[in-house]
Design a protein around this ligand. Structure first.
Ligand SMILES: [Zn+2]
Length: 569
């Protein structure tokens, strides 16, 4: 399939509209659909390429005013035009009579069909209002700070203090950070109770009895049901919680403590133990060039083709070093016209940085494999649940090459530490994920209409006791029951969280296969990535050699394997 990218100036909509008009005016017979979709895809690829470029520029240098102006122009002027064009093109496609979707187009049509069925004009202002309220959440929580020995500290800065060897320092920092949240407790309650009725109203407008049923469709969750989510929660309670509790106990023992307290774990949600039983933190690399060279050697050994993709990214598609005026965090973005993935992160020399690059590398390979095999834009990458299988699997598939004798980062001893942390992390995340997910199922379906903040606190606390008995919260009632206020997903992207848990199960299965036959596991992984979004989740998992299942047996087997490997380390 050859692409035909139109000559447009994406910043000037008057150069784009003629191409949209052409598509809208075309006579769309069933036989013409495939070519017509390609034209639409190629036009939007040019726009998406520029969007990726603008996003790259504003994150690489937050002080670049010209880039900022381009970004604002694009968001305010171009984006609404593009959204309108997209709506009209979808309507035209869906009105074609007698078109038989192929394996390539079936899911595209299904997604468009679902979107158009859910669309209600009266929901647009409600969505806008929700976005503004979401922004308020960012303002409230982003503005939190506390005084630390005469210096003002932000919440992200508390993480460093939570890794302090001195327990009283950790406790003091944690309490101060939580006090900062608790001072906004009423504001966050008020904010949430402005959002809740809007969500219920949107669901009702679209003809759904509850918000979960609506949101399930919005998120195109065709491959699993709420009942499956409950099966997964149950499996976590019985198969993961005992191992997580053991990990907390072992770490406590190593630290010479009776039991872990919250100041030994992440502030957002305990998916990581913040204090290292070893005296010196891991230091896998110093210069960013070293990070890139070493990772390139690792990817090459995982698979030469994947290594080749990374090699190509070295020519201008990696921005990894931390520096002033660079946005925080890390991400991978695909450039659909140049066909290049791009990775952004803030490396400072930590073991976490290595994990981030391996993770984003998996996303980059997903984009690279899918764009080579899927000429239609909508089929590149894949459903969110599977995107994270691509990235999380790469963290594990690369592990045989982490040691120095393979050109990797670690001595034999340090490898044991790094990989122990990696495996522990995949266990510790799941109980917290189950709390966040169960909480929302209750909130949007089972809870009575007239719930108040006290009910939310009570429910969160109850779930906490069910899934996280391993951390001692005694005497910290207010901090514990307001945990839902510290989870931004609950405010911003309701129900978006289980994806990471489902993907974790996929990645652990890919790794299990690799322990038997690394070459075959990698080949299956690549084949699954190449399918992009053309298959439903169970088929994508199957192609990667994994079962899309969340029952006790599946989860239990994986936890038994992790436990065995942790003991061997
Ligand atoms: Zn990811």
């Amino acid at each position: 399939m050859t692409h035909n990218y139109p000559e447009i100036n994406p910043f000037d909509w008057s150069t784009v509209q003629p191409y949209v008009d052409q598509l809208l005016a075309a006579e769309l017979t069933p036989g013409a659909v495939r070519d017509w979709l390609q034209k639409w895809s190629d036009l939007f690829a040019v726009l998406n390429e520029v969007e990726a470029q603008i996003y790259r520029e504003i994150t690489e240098n937050t002080a670049d005013e010209e880039a900022d102006a381009r970004f604002k122009h694009y968001v305010q002027i171009i984006h609404p035009e593009k959204a309108q064009a997209e709506q009209a093109l979808k309507a035209k496609l869906l009105s074609v009579q007698g078109y038989e979707p192929t394996a390539e187009t079936a899911l595209i049509l299904k997604r468009f069909q679902t979107e158009s069925e859910l669309f209600r004009a009266e929901n647009i202002p409600l969505q806008t209002e929700l976005s503004l309220l979401g922004k308020q959440y960012d303002e409230i929580t982003g503005g939190l700070s506390f005084d630390w020995e005469g210096e003002s500290k932000t919440i992200p800065e508390v993480e460093l203090l939570l890794s302090d060897r001195d327990r009283s320092t950790r406790e003091r920092a944690w309490r101060l950070a939580l006090d900062a949240y608790l001072a906004k407790r009423e504001d966050l309650n008020d904010l949430f109770f402005k959002m809740l009725p809007l969500r219920r109203q949107m669901a009702a407008n679209a003809g759904f009895s509850d918000f979960r049923a609506y949101q399930w469709q919005v998120m195109a969750r065709f491959g699993y049901t709420p009942a499956d989510a409950f099966t997964f929660h149950d499996a976590i309670e019985h198969e993961v919680v005992p191992l997580a509790t053991e990990i907390y106990q072992t770490t406590a023992r190593q630290l010479g403590l009776d039991k872990l307290r919250p100041w030994e774990t992440d502030i957002g949600g305990p998916s990581q133990i913040t204090v290292d039983p070893d005296d010196t933190p891991l230091h896998p690399f110093s210069a960013v060039s070293e990070l890139i060279d070493t990772t390139a050697r690792i990817f090459n050994q995982v698979d030469p083709v994947l290594g080749g993709y990374f090699e190509a990214m070295r020519a201008g598609y990696l921005d990894l070093a931390s520096r002033p005026n660079k946005a925080s965090g890390g991400y991978c973005e695909g450039f659909p016209v140049s066909g290049q993935p791009y990775i952004f992160m803030n490396a400072v020399g930590s073991a976490d940085n290595v994990t981030t690059l391996l993770h984003e590398g998996g996303h980059a390979f997903h984009f690279a494999e899918s764009i080579r095999n899927q000429p239609l834009l909508w089929n590149q990458n894949g459903p969110m649940e599977f995107c994270e299988v691509a990235s999380m699997s790469m963290e594990l598939l690369s592990s045989p090459y982490w040691t120095r004798d393979k050109g990797g980062f670690y001595s034999e001893t340090d490898f044991k530490r790094a990989f122990t942390e990696q495996l522990q992390g995949s266990v510790l995340f799941l109980p917290y994920m189950a709390i966040v997910d169960s909480f929302q199922h209750w909130l949007y379906v089972d809870a009575p209409d007239d719930i108040d903040a006290g009910d939310l606190d009570h429910k969160w606390s109850e779930l906490w006791d069910r899934f996280l008995p391993g951390i001692d919260y005694s005497g910290l009632r207010a901090q514990k029951e307001t945990g839902w206020q510290r989870k931004l997903h609950i405010f911003h992207v309701p129900f978006y969280y289980i994806e990471y848990g489902l993907a974790q199960l996929g990645a652990l299965q890919v790794w299990r296969n690799a322990l038997q036959d690394q070459a075959k596991a990698v080949a299956d992984y690549r084949r699954a990535l190449a399918l992009g979004y053309t298959r439903p989740l169970p088929e994508l998992f199957a192609a990667a050699g994994a079962k899309f299942a969340f029952d006790r047996e599946t989860v239990g087997e994986l936890m038994a394997l992790v436990r065995e490997r942790l003991e061997a380390l």
